[in-house]
Design a protein around this ligand. Sequence first.
Ligand SMILES: NC(=O)c1ccc[n+]([C@@H]2O[C@H](COP(=O)([O-])OP(=O)(O)OC[C@H]3O[C@@H](n4cnc5c(N)ncnc54)[C@H](OP(=O)(O)O)[C@@H]3O)[C@@H](O)[C@H]2O)c1
Length: 249
Amino acid sequence: MNTTGNTILITGGTSGIGLAFAEKFIEEGNKVIITGRRADRLAAIEESNPGLVAKVSDVSDASQRVELTKWIKENHPETNMLINNAGIQLLANLKAPCDLERVQLETETNFIAPIHLSTLFVPLLEGKENACIINITSGLAFAPIAFMPVYCATKAAMHSFTLSLRYQLKDTGIKVFEIAPPAVDTELGHDRRADKTESHGGIPVSEFISGAIEAIQNDQYEAAIGMAAGLRAKREELFEQMNARFDSI
Ligand SMILES: NC(=O)c1ccc[n+]([C@@H]2O[C@H](COP(=O)([O-])OP(=O)(O)OC[C@H]3O[C@@H](n4cnc5c(N)ncnc54)[C@H](OP(=O)(O)O)[C@@H]3O)[C@@H](O)[C@H]2O)c1
């Protein structure tokens, strides 16, 4: 993939991986459109990044996904790359009846939205030069952390869906990538930490972005970055080891 001269829609660009992708792609001479729910952040990011376009859009709402697609067709019809990045990570205790609304929100955001958006975008991307869909999954797609069971299941499902999407689109000219990050130091899951500035650990986002961009440039269609590569390789073996660490939670 050529990573310059594109028009790229990134869902969830108000922080973390989405924002870092946006800034890197702008630096490399692309036009970038980001979305998110937080209007104040989108406005501030747009102001400090000339060339970046920001749009308030909630991917967990099907009608907003349809509206976003229509808006892109009308305002940025040259869009040739879709990055399904927006995601949330919630904890769930499976020993009690689950909070169905939370389960539905996490599933809608992480899994149903990328399915819906990908299919809405295929007609727009087809026939364009250097067209692609990039799904951001997770190393946890390959070995779950049991206290965030729905999150990990949505990422495993996205891994499977991405294989099927790539297969079905093989004659369309649209390349389909899966980028599986390791733990990256972003705001993901920060609402469950008392101190919002506290890091959940993980590699710096800039390090992740370098690995991800290299994979995209090299047409590495399934790229597990950093520690995520190990998770992919040793999934079952690591499941027991990882969860033993959290036995006291
Ligand atoms: N950080 C990690 O360790 C890690 C590891 C593996 C995979 N990932 C994946 O990487 C992706 C990005 O996460 P991140 O780490 O960068 O976390 P982050 O800093 O929390 O960013 C998440 C982004 O998603 C957006 N978002 C969430 N719900 C949304 C919704 N309903 N509609 C539109 N946008 C929404 C947020 O924007 P608003 O709040 O403004 O809506 C924000 O821009 C996610 O898919 C995540 O699962 C992250």
